[in-house]
Design a protein around this ligand. Structure first.
Ligand code: SAH
Length: 240
């Protein structure tokens, strides 16, 4: 379908002279042909009603689907400095529905009263990111949670990114067949210092799939963005 840019007035679309020339003379548009007209914010399905003069009738707004077909929760060990912002901002662009910052054995920054401002800032980042990439919903950023509570959270598929086991962990991509439409996926990424052995053992008790994110040890924020990208790419594909 041909796509044009213009303005929408009542139930008609108006396009400029150059585009009219393109539609009539170059593409040889015909009466009854459907075209798409975007006003810069929304796209509309239209039909060519007449050519002389050109009349384009709006049929309906095209509801663009911008959310992933899976409900993706990204839980990450709270990091120092601005790295949390990066996870939320980029994760939002990649389609994460919910962020859970958590504390665990190797948490470096201990969330204090004043840290509540940090959560507020993260929520702001989610809002900014959602607007920038035109998400339909602003992802949720929960308050700080304890690692054990994150493990106990229900999900259809629980993924634990564990760097110490990369030699025997499955690559994240190998979980593709387990990623089903409308399922809830929880991914857990450790803080700067990673997870302790005890924490990893505990995750096994909670039915986590242990995955490798490649042969290199990634920084926590890179690991979070990598995991969200891979799951997003699988979910944008042809999943059932
Ligand atoms: N303990 C590490 C660094 C941890 S990286 C060290 O200092 O050597 C922070 C987190 O990113 C990890 O806990 C893990 O969840 C994730 N991560 C980074 N690289 C990874 C990899 N190659 N495979 C799986 N998870 C990885």
């Amino acid at each position: 379908m041909q796509h044009y840019f213009g303005t929408i007035a009542d139930d008609h679309a108006i396009i400029d002279g150059k585009q009219i020339h393109h539609l009539i003379n170059v593409r040889r548009g015909t009466v009854g042909e459907k075209i798409e007209v975007s006003d810069g914010t929304d796209a509309f399905l239209c039909v060519i009603e007449g050519l002389d003069p050109l009349s384009i009738k709006v049929l309906n707004k095209i509801e663009e689907k911008r959310e992933l077909d899976v409900d993706l929760t990204l839980a990450f060990g709270v990091l120092k400095g601005d790295h949390n912002d990066l996870i939320v901002l980029k994760g939002t662009e990649l389609g994460v529905a919910k962020f859970i910052p958590f504390t665990c054995a190797r948490t470096v920054v201990v969330p204090t009263e004043e840290e509540d401002n940090r959560i507020k800032r993260l929520r702001k980042k989610a809002e900014e990111g959602a607007m920038q990439c035109r998400r339909e919903v602003v992802p949720t950023v929960t308050g700080y949670q304890k690692f054990e509570d994150v493990l106990a959270a229900p999900a259809d598929l629980k993924i634990f990114a564990y760097e110490d086991m990369w030699t025997c962990s499955e690559n994240l991509l190998s979980l593709a067949p387990n990623i089903k439409k409308h399922s809830h996926i929880l991914v857990v990424i450790g803080p700067e210092g990673g997870f302790s052995k005890e924490e990893a053992r505990l995750a096994l008790d909670y039915d986590f799939e242990f995955v490798s994110l490649g042969k290199r040890i990634l920084r926590a924020e890179t690991a979070a963005i990598y995991a969200a990208s891979i799951i997003g790419a699988i979910a944008e594909g042809d999943i059932s």
